[in-house]
Design a protein around this ligand. Structure first.
Ligand code: ADP
Ligand code: MG
Length: 234
């Protein structure tokens, strides 16, 4: 019997994924033959030294970059085969991105920042506002909706960025060092929030982190080194 027969299909599947960059006369193997399956609801950690390929892996899974070789499937769709239009739709509807430096728009309030991606998915204004307010309530920032990023703490800003990443109901949340600019208490709150979102929103989270405490809180993690998986734990 096929041992995989009873396993649910992974949300993310990478097969022999390579990403090369040509820099002058040199070729950098940012990812060098990565195989990986990630299941629904995992809080999946990616760690490893600077330059080991962590961000490259998130960009590829998020459809912001393309592999040089190999297959990347998200919910059974092979994104490495998509054309630009399909990939743009994929980015808009299937994934949410969270960055170390938040990337909020400084002139906009928390509410406007969270509404912003919904403008591009043509959600009507009233519905946009309602959904943004609801998300901010849910993450405990109901009383900060009219504040601008400079009027909030780092932890609050990152929670706003997480709310913004969730507006289009993504299947997968990709977080690149989301606690890297936060003190340990705010970082722990962000991790806690991500855990809660897995339970309540049914998302799957991929988190890149150098922080052993963050990696310890994941359900599973890999370590990258020179674009290859070093070691994985269940
Ligand atoms: P990490 O996130 O683990 O620090 P990255 O994925 O950013 O690592 O980078 C992996 C390797 O690929 C590094 O050697 C980096 O210099 C190289 N790299 C990443 N993006 C590019 C790019 N756009 N052009 C050239 N080289 C790149
Ligand atoms: Mg990086």
């Amino acid at each position: 019997m096929n041992p995989e027969a009873n396993q649910p299909q992974p949300v993310i599947r990478l097969r022999q994924v390579h990403r090369q960059f040509k820099v002058g006369f040199e070729t950098v193997n940012a990812l060098d033959g990565v195989d990986l399956d990630i299941r629904r609801g995992e809080f999946f950690g990616i760690t490893g030294p600077s330059g080991s390929g962590k961000s490259t892996m998130l960009y590829l899974v998020g459809g912001m970059d393309r592999p040089t070789a190999g297959r990347i499937e998200v919910i059974g769709q092979d994104i490495s085969q998509m054309d630009e239009n399909q990939l743009a739709a994929f980015r808009r509807t299937m994934v949410g991105f969270v960055y170390q430096s938040f990337h909020l728009i400084p002139t906009m309030t928390a509410l406007q920042n969270v509404e912003f991606p919904m403008i591009f998915s043509q959600v009507p204004r009233k519905e946009r506002r309602e959904r943004a307010a609801e998300l901010l309530e849910k993450i405990g920032l109901g009383n900060r909706m009219q504040h601008k990023p400079t009027e909030m703490s780092g932890g609050q800003r990152q929670r706003v960025a997480i709310a913004r990443a969730l507006t289009n109901h993504p299947e997968v949340l990709l977080a690149d060092e989301p606690t890297g600019n936060l003190d340990s208490r705010s970082g722990a709150e962000v991790v806690e929030l991500l855990h809660e979102l897995i339970k309540t929103q049914g998302v799957t989270v991929l988190i890149v982190s150098h922080d052993p405490a963050v990696i310890a809180s994941t359900t599973r993690h890999i370590q990258l080194q020179d674009g290859q998986i070093q070691h994985s734990e269940s």
